[in-house]
Design a protein. Structure first.
Length: 101
């Protein structure tokens, strides 16, 4: 386990940190996947921006977990030769008690 992973594990013991982490984890994972795929393809942020007719700064913001819409996610996926799979599932608590949110 890396020092960063150890640090995060320790921080996750704090309820406020844990809540903030959980609220941003999806964006972080999507951004990480976008960056990884872009690098696998040998593309720069500018290259992707040109494919999407946008600015490099917009791609930078998306890769930092900001300003990502489902529409833009679909465009990015296409530019990166990927597909988007989106699934909403009930939480375990709500699935067990049958209550609607």
């Amino acid at each position: 386990m890396s020092d960063l992973q150890k640090y995060i594990e320790k921080q996750l013991e704090d309820p406020e940190f844990k809540q903030a982490w959980e609220e941003t984890e999806l964006e972080f994972n999507i951004a990480k996947a976008i960056i990884q795929r872009r690098k696998e393809l040998g593309l720069s942020q500018k290259d992707i921006a040109e494919k999407l007719n946008t600015k490099q700064s917009a791609i930078s913001r998306i890769e930092s977990g900001q300003n990502l819409t489902i529409s833009m996610l679909h465009k990015l996926a296409k530019a990166l030769n990927m597909e988007v799979e989106l699934k909403l599932v009930p939480t375990v608590k709500n699935a067990l008690d049958g209550k609607q949110i």
